[in-house]
Design a protein around this ligand. Sequence first.
Ligand code: HMG
Ligand code: MG
Length: 303
Amino acid sequence: ELPARVRIHEVGARDGLQNEKALVPVEVKAEFIARLAAAGLRTVEATSFVHPKWVPQLADAEQLLPQIIGLREEYPGLRLPVLVPNERGLDRALARGADEIAVFASATETFARRNLNRSVAEVMEMFRPVVGRAGEAGVPSRGYLSMCFGDPWEGPVPPRQVVDAGLQLLDMGCAELSLGDTIGVATPGQVAALLAEFDRAGVPVERLAVHFHDTYGQALANTLAALRCGVTVVDSSAGGLGGCPYAKSATGNLATEDLVWMLHGLGIETGVDLPVLVATSVWLAGELGRPSPSRAVQALAGP
Ligand code: HMG
Ligand code: MG
């Protein structure tokens, strides 16, 4: 019933650090990513090529990529995707050697407007040439979909609306679709209902990933519900870093350590060395000057 192995899509360096008030030096980011790879994570989202005024925390993407790209030789199979909103971002990412990208849409109009200054339809039109050109360059794309369960301005989001937006991302060529509970309001029954709606629409579960936030303490329960529906790709953030700067009430992402604790307890392989990962989050918390909110980090880090 549960999968034998889960691939963790680690978002701490991007989704986590984009939401930190402090600007983290590029050398610290490079070391963070190297330590995540050393802890056994094999998909480590690195940064964003968005407008630097919109996300100043990741304005150093050009400097960061050359510092980490060599990790792909050191750790065979390591993937270092980067977020790209438009063709300008794609050009910047390809020029620095990115070999995997992610575009990020919204299931709701209000968040599309706030996050990308466009309607949902305009966002899709903006992404189409990005995903197309990336594909021609041999660079796979992931599609993120935000606000899949609830939206701070619009309230609950109907599953059919989410599927309609998700299908557009898949149809334009995104290899994988990550379903985001950006503000962390979902409960397990809603997760199963949304995945059933995608199943009815003919989307193979192999193309779906889940991205939960722990605002109401539901992230692990929601993850387990998704695993029971056949999902095997789970997004999480080392130490529980981050949220989203353009979504009010978006607190931390599901912590990778909490996720790994549950998965290993269930006998599900991840390839992650938990003590090495905990040490990484403790080190980064020192750099940020505040403790990790992850329960597993707190329990395992010792006094
Ligand atoms: P806009 O103001 O509409 O931009 O913003 P524009 O297209 O009108 O262009 C204005 C100027 O910006 C132009 O310069 C462009 O060249 C430049 P000018 O000609 O005036 O000199 N420009 C750029 N410069 C550098 N890099 C670029 C770029 N694009 C345009 N890529 C835009 C549109 C998409 C740029 C802006 O809205 C943006 O950057 N938004 C990103 C916001 C963001 O990163 N939010 C966080 C993402 S996280 C998320 O969405 C949720 C997720 O984590 C999942 C979850 O947690 O649920 C994925
Ligand atoms: Mg997130």
